[in-house]
Each structure stands twice: as C-alpha cells, then as structure tokens.
Design a binder for this molecule. Structure first.
Ligand SMILES: Nc1ncnc2c1ncn2[C@@H]1O[C@H](COP(=O)(O)OP(=O)(O)O)[C@@H](O)[C@H]1O
Ligand SMILES: [Mg+2]
Ligand SMILES: [Zn+2]
Length: 235
C-alpha cells in the first residue's frame, strides 16, 4: 500500500483501502486512542487525494500549455535556476513568493510545479490566473457581466506574468494590494511570476509612492527568487 495511506498518527500501514468514497482502514489503536488527530488526518488525506486532481483538471481546461508542468521535469541549466529550484522544493505553505526573470526562463513551470507539490503534500487547493485574463475578468465583474472570482479562497494562488496589464489599472492595483495583504495576514501561499524585477512591478502597481513602497517591503520581506536561464522556448 502506498505510504500516503499510512495511519496519520502512528505511521503504520493501512490494512485496506477503497476509493470513492474513500475508506482507509488501520488496525492500530489510533482511531480509538487519538480519535481527533486520527479524524483530522483522514480529512487531510481526502484533501491530498482530491485537491491536486481538481487543480490538474482546471489547468487542463484553462491553461493547457502549463498542465504538464512539474518540479520533477525542471532541469536547471544555470546556477540561478538551480537555486530557484532548491528554494521551490523546500518552500513551505503560507509564503509570498516572487519569481522574477526573463521570458522562457522557467518561472511558470516552477510556479505550477510548486503549487502541485504543496497541494499533494499538504492537501491544499490551488488556483492559477494570468494577470491579463484576471484584469479583464475583474473589469467585467465590475460591470456585472461575470461573477467576481474569489481570490481569497484558494489555499495557493498563482498570479502569472504580473506587471504588464495596462487596461483597468485602478481596479487591479486595489485588488492586487488587497490580495497580497489578505494572503500575508492569513498565511496563504501566493506565487507571483513576472518578467520585471520586484521593484519595477511594485512601481507599476502602486497607486502612489507610499503604496508601491508598502507592496515592495511586504514582498521583499518574503521569498524573492530570480530565475535567469537560457531561454528554454528556443531550444
Ligand atoms: N530549467 C528548465 N527545465 C525544464 N524546462 C524548462 C526549464 N526552463 C525553461 N523550460 C521550458 O521552457 C519553456 C518556458 O518555460 P516557462 O516556465 O513557461 O517560462 P517563463 O514562465 O519563465 O516564461 C517551457 O517549455 C518550459 O518547460
Ligand atoms: Mg510564464
Ligand atoms: Zn496508528
């Protein structure tokens, strides 16, 4: 039996497993001796099995090109890529991450691969938005054409290619600032990718100098990774 099914309390192997509905049987004393920890562990197991699948299905529908991205397929070709991979392999949930670097250096692959890893390991929900798409969706939501996406609910949020959007700036600056603060305050993972460095992105997103400085110091105090590589797209 796969290790994922082991008893969440003592780590002993499962005696029987059936899926949908999920039922895992352990013959240790833990279900009786430590019922709360045991039940919590069973719930986490259920999330570890279902939430990564939901993220995968959403990627296949909305971001097909990125659906196959995994940390496992990441082959560092430069010291900065090696460092970036190490950082993302060790990342724990609840951090704000800024991945900066030129196009084709593998930022989106690192972001998606990391979200999948955290989702599988900890049973966390994930969502992926490209900035251009998100800005447009927020604009349409403001005009009541579509419902506003809930950016707070997912445990892990990827904002891809940030710092480019031109239209709908005001809305986006406010939404961006609010979501960074919300995620920081609630220990929810945020992974941002950008072609520009952190300072430039904050300048372009801050309403004024104070605002962009606040954004910069918030993100700079968390995890900032530079990914410089030979452009993988042109090989
Ligand atoms: N270190 C790497 N290992 C494996 N593939 C890479 C690496 N760097 C870039 N690539 C590949 O290059 C292409 C662009 O990667 P992507 O993550 O989309 O780049 P970015 O988001 O930085 O523009 C993809 O096909 C990706 O798989
Ligand atoms: Mg990208
Ligand atoms: Zn046990």
């Amino acid at each position: 039996m796969e290790a994922i099914f082991n008893c969440p309390v003592c780590g002993g192997p499962a005696a029987a497993v059936s899926r949908s509905p999920l039922r895992v049987i352990h013959e240790c004393e833990c279900p009786f001796a430590e019922p709360e920890r045991y039940m919590a562990g069973q719930q986490t197991l259920e999330r570890r099995l279902t939430l990564p699948q939901q993220f995968q299905a959403a990627l296949e529908t909305n971001q097909r090109r990125y659906a196959s991205y995994e940390l496992a397929g990441y082959e560092p070709r430069t010291p900065s890529q090696a460092q970036a991979l190490k950082t993302m392999q060790a990342l724990e949930p609840g951090r704000l991450v800024f991945l900066g670097g030129p196009a084709g250096s593998g930022k989106t692959r690192l972001a998606v691969g990391t979200a999948k890893r955290l989702s599988r390991e900890y049973g966390l929900s994930s969502a992926f938005y490209g900035e251009a798409y998100l800005v447009d969706t927020l604009r349409r939501a403001a005009g009541r054409e579509v419902t506003r996406p809930d950016l707070n609910n997912p445990d892990i949020l990827i904002l891809d290619d940030v710092g480019k959007a031109a239209g709908g700036r005001e809305h986006w600056m406010e939404a961006f600032y609010a979501l960074v603060e919300y995620r920081y305050a609630n220990l929810k993972t945020l992974i941002i990718t950008a072609n520009h460095d952190l300072e430039e992105v904050c300048e372009s997103l801050g309403k004024d100098r104070n605002n962009s400085h606040a954004l910069f110091s918030r993100l700079a105090s968390e995890v900032v990774v530079n990914v410089i590589g030979k452009d993988g797209r042109h090989e």
